[in-house]
Design a binder for this molecule. Structure first.
Ligand SMILES: C[S@@+](CC[C@H](N)C(=O)[O-])C[C@H]1O[C@@H](n2cnc3c(N)ncnc32)[C@H](O)[C@@H]1O
Length: 360
């Protein structure tokens, strides 16, 4: 089935469906949990067949079992625990029939139709379904973003902010911005938040890009039939994509953490590789009008979590020879909620930053 909101050739990110014949061990209410766990350990798939909650119970028991197996709190044991849990929990499957979960008392997950228009019947793992379910809740309920009138409904697999200090910084900076407001480029547009703010503050046009196809598809869908569709144009591409023309403002809220080798899953919304910033600055130099500004949102998260001593923007200013500092604004991040169990003491020293650069 053709989906006109998905530009041709764009392959959306989604959990890979399991199709065709798979050998399965059935799990129903009466199945002994130990037998199911045994089957998982022998590498077999276990299919949840009766109630959705049976899947939740099995996951809980599996976690319990693995906690006993890896009782120590050491970093290594915890990592082994997580790796084994990830591997075994992904052998727990659930069937999708006619785009719906084929078990009783299951949540309705609209992504099953939106992301798999051509495949009504398939299998996914239970953790994947949980991920799709929570993303569907975010999408349906929407997120209130300070400074933006309408709620944002984040598309599956697209970054959206859950803390807003950097958004406040940008909104405030735009309030006092005195330059021209004809065009801007929004590199890594995500759910569109920075562009929405620029349009609110009177920019006539924003040209966005993203390397994540879901961001492009989601934003097209969100803007479809609205006035924003004429103000914000998007391109699926690296850094500046097809936007060649010079502009008065370039904004980029890049990933804030350096990618390191022992990270299992690289997420381009969160981790940057060593080429990202040098390439960005080199291209930005050619796209910026003489009086234009580059605005970057950043944080000291990489430094305070000891992932790096480097600051890619400070590095550019020191060694790049292309830009100089116009202004830098900083805002402390509020302490993490006291309800949070994890040890987030470093939050108290986290600071978000808004850097304004101009050409040398
Ligand atoms: C931290 S998110 C910011 C999203 C949005 N601008 C915001 O402020 O809410 C970074 C975004 O940049 C995108 N991205 C990462 N590397 C990129 C690249 N090389 N070219 C274009 N976009 C990129 C990611 O997919 C992600 O959507």
């Amino acid at each position: 089935m053709e989906n006109e909101l998905i530009p041709s050739g764009l392959k959306i990110n989604r959990p890979e469906p399991i199709l065709g014949e798979v050998e399965l061990v059935s799990f129903v209410k009466e199945t002994a949990i130990q037998d199911a766990i045994q089957a998982l350990f022998s590498g077999r798939y276990v299919l949840i067949e009766e109630f959705y909650s049976n899947g939740l119970e099995l996951l809980k028991e599996l976690q319990h079992f693995l906690k006993k197996k890896h009782p120590n709190e050491t970093f290594l044991e915890q990592r082994e625990f997580r790796a084994e849990y990830r591997k075994l929990s992904n052998l727990i499957l659930i069937e999708i029939r006619a785009h719906q979960l084929n078990v009783k008392k299951a949540p309705l997950i609209g992504w099953l139709e939106k992301l798999y228009p051509e495949t009504p019947d398939f299998l996914l793992s239970f953790p994947q379904i949980q991920g799709l379910n929570s993303a569907w809740q975010w999408y349906c309920n929407g997120v209130v973003i300070p400074g933006i009138r309408d709620k944002v409904h984040p598309y599956y697999g697209v970054y959206f902010p859950t803390r807003f200090e950097h958004i406040h910084l940008f909104d405030n900076w735009l309030k006092h911005y005195q330059g021209h407001k004809k065009t801007a480029i929004d590199v890594g547009i995500g759910s569109g938040i920075l562009s929405f703010l620029m349009v609110k503050h009177g920019f006539q046009k924003s040209f966005g890009t993203d390397v994540n196809p879901n961001a492009i598809v989601g934003l097209k869908e969100a803007m479809d039939g609205t006035k924003l569709a004429r103000k914000i144009e998007i391109d699926y591409g690296h850094l500046f994509g097809k936007w060649e023309k010079q502009t008065e403002l370039i904004v980029f809220n890049p990933p804030w953490l350096p990618a390191s080798y022992d990270l299992g899953r690289l997420d381009e919304a969160i981790y940057y590789n060593e080429k990202l910033f040098p390439d960005f600055f080199e291209e930005a130099k050619n796209r910026l009008l003489p009086e234009g500004r580059v605005v970057l949102l950043f944080s000291n998260l990489g430094q305070i979590t000891h992932l790096t001593k480097d600051h890619p923007i400070a590095n550019e200013l020191l060694h790049g020879g292309r830009f100089e500092l116009d202004k830098c604004f900083k805002k402390a991040v509020k302490d993490a909620s006291t309800k949070t169990k994890r040890n987030l003491h470093w939050r108290s020293t986290e600071v978000v930053e808004l850097w304004v650069l101009k050409l040398k």
